[in-house]
Design a protein around this ligand. Structure first.
Ligand code: ARG
Length: 469
């Protein structure tokens, strides 16, 4: 580790009060440039805005502010073109950029940029700026996923399948109805993310290390320059808060939970036992040993990654718990979970969109899995329509199922005479009215149901949400 005394551009940024050297392992332990460099642009943007605020209060001359803007532009270009050469003492992206700025514009000008600012308000600003950008990209991926599901639901509305509870065949539904159920979960993720954005968009810059800015920088101006919705109203809060990251991680964990649940449905439906769906080759892999196999690895990875994001969320929440007020270095531990969550969500949503958009469904298998006993509730409802109380019709229908089972036929194959022994209200129309899956689904025409009309309504609601959010 080198410390060239007298030339502050070669010292640790905070090196003035130190006489001893940093332990090499500690030096490494403390360094976060290897991961926080991905915020380089946010850091440069924040610094340019801050130099303009310093110009407004007379700390910088116009010439100095121009030079800083030019220098920072070069710094950004170096990162962009991968020519930025980190020095061993570049502890993080903030120190690296400032060190390089001073090399480019000279320390007499570069050394003025940090006036009244701390890395505490700087990093909080960078994180928020960076996340705002990433969140809007992720939002787009989420909308694309919802749109693929909605498009399919619209196109494949004719396909019926068993609906399951407890993974047992329950009642007939439309495949579209099931697809849209997952799309509604993603839609709730979409609206939650939209609601979160204003809480990310709060400007910490100008809070200093903790106690505020002594040069009267115009924070409303800074917010406007950087596109923030509002400014942090309390400087201790502004520097010490990472709730926006917690919320984003929680959002990510919950969104991946939805990915995982739908992935699980599709994994089950892709087994030979079900055969409802087949993944496209693009999202499957084979077995190194068993030549016949086609494995749904994409879906399994997605299901697995949900655990990973949940872990990032819970890990960082543990790091936060019990911290004293304002900035503590523990807060740096927000970064790796955040970056990993953003990367995982970005990849997962795009992969899932591909999987859902390209999988083939097997209408024959889905409809072939429908059995007449799934219409037992419809049979009870038939008698309800003839004035019999449901509690009684439920019992009668149960008896019909038992009778059919005892005589090894389906409930649609019992005779009218047999039905009349169970209840005198049965008539010949029971066969046409009840034992028809399409009719059963169409009868469920209240809002939320699987009828064509209601599926179309769900499609409309989701399309509107995708365009409104
Ligand atoms: N790299 C640090 C972080 O991410 C920047 C803030 C450092 N502040 C300090 N007082 N040491 O949290």
């Amino acid at each position: 580790m080198t410390e060239a005394k007298g030339d502050f551009t070669k010292q640790k940024l905070w090196g003035g009060r130190f006489t001893g050297q940093t332990d090499p392992l500690m030096h490494e332990f403390n360094q976060c440039l290897r991961y926080d460099q991905r915020m380089y642009l946010a850091d440069v943007r924040g610094s340019i805005a801050y130099s303009k605020a310093l110009l407004k209060v007379g700390i910088l001359t116009q010439h100095e502010a121009n030079e800083i803007e030019r220098g920072l532009g070069e710094v950004a270009k170096e990162w962009e073109t991968k020519t930025f050469a980190p020095e061993p003492d570049d502890e993080d992206i903030h120190t690296a950029n400032e060190r390089r700025l001073s090399e480019i514009v000279g320390k007499d000008i570069g050394g003025k940029l940090h006036t009244g600012r701390s890395r505490n308000d700087q990093v909080a600003t960078d994180l928020r700026l960076w996340l705002l950008e990433e969140a809007s990209t992720i939002k787009k991926y989420l909308k694309d996923l919802i749109t693929v599901m909605v498009d399919r639901a619209e196109k494949e509305v004719d396909v019926l399948m068993p609906g399951y509870t407890h993974l047992q065949r329950a009642q007939p539904i439309r495949w579209s109805h099931l697809l849209l159920s997952h799309a509604f979960s993603f839609n709730s993720d979409l609206t939650r993310l939209s609601a979160l954005l204003p809480r990310i968009s709060v400007l910490p810059l100008g809070c200093g290390a903790l106690a505020g800015n002594p040069f009267g920088v115009d924070r409303d101006f800074l917010a406007k320059e950087l596109g923030f919705d509002s400014v942090a109203e309390n400087s201790l809060y502004g520097t010490g808060d990472r709730d926006f990251i917690v919320e984003f991680l929680q959002w990510g964990a919950s969104t991946m939970g939805h990915v995982s649940r739908m992935a699980e449905d599709l994994i089950i439906y892709s087994t030979a036992e079900f055969g409802f769906v087949q993944l496209s080759d693009a999202y499957s892999t084979g077995s190194s040993m068993m030549p016949q196999k086609k494995n749904p690895d994409s879906l399994e990875l997605l299901r697995g990654k949900s655990g990973r994001v949940f872990g990032q969320m819970s890990g960082f929440m543990m790091s936060l718990k019990g911290l004293p007020s304002t900035y503590n270095k523990d807060l740096q531990e927000c970064q790796e979970p955040l970056f990993d969550c953003v990367d995982t969500l970005s990849a997962s949503l795009r992969i899932f969109e591909g999987v859902v958009g390209t999988l083939a469904i097997n209408k024959k298998k889905m409809e072939g899995a429908l059995t007449m006993d799934m219409l037992a509730t419809d049979l009870a409802d038939y008698l309800v329509r003839k004035g019999v109380p449901f509690r009684e019709t439920h019992h009668v229908s149960g008896k019909a199922v038992a009778l059919a089972e005892a005589t090894s036929v389906s409930i649609s194959q019992l005779t009218l005479e047999q039905y009349l022994t169970l209840n005198p209200k049965f008539e010949q129309d029971v066969f046409a009215d009840v034992f028809d899956f399409e009719k059963s689904v169409e009868k469920r025409n209240a809002i939320g149901g699987p009828s064509r009309e209601m599926v179309a309504r769900q499609v409309r609601v989701l399309r509107k949400s995708v365009s409104d959010n």
